[in-house]
Design a protein around this ligand. Sequence first.
Ligand SMILES: [Zn+2]
Ligand SMILES: [Zn+2]
Length: 127
Amino acid sequence: MMRTTRRRTALMDLLTSSDRFQSAQELHTALARHGEPLALSTVYRALQHFVDSGDVHVFHAANGETLYRRCTRPDHHGHLICRLCGKTEELKAATVDIWSADLGRTLGFDEISPVTEIVGTCQDCAV
Ligand SMILES: [Zn+2]
Ligand SMILES: [Zn+2]
């Protein structure tokens, strides 16, 4: 149990130290580099645990990959994500919610689920 906790802590530290959305495979590789080798299945299980507890957010990329990020905003918010490197800006929920609600009203749609993921290419990746 101790070992599980310590490894989960190493994984959480890694997530906390990055502002990017990352895949389980990337995190698995980075942990090994930091001398904390974790089986890929363990990384997936730990990530699922963090997602269930609301500590980590998930983004389903267009290529089918599932990416994970530890966000700094504890409240509901959206994400602006670079499709190439996973770099992410957190969007104020109010901005996104108001815009979504306005759009729904204008076009006659009810029960709008606000857009929470907007994908683009960041300055670093736009060469
Ligand atoms: Zn988030
Ligand atoms: Zn980028």
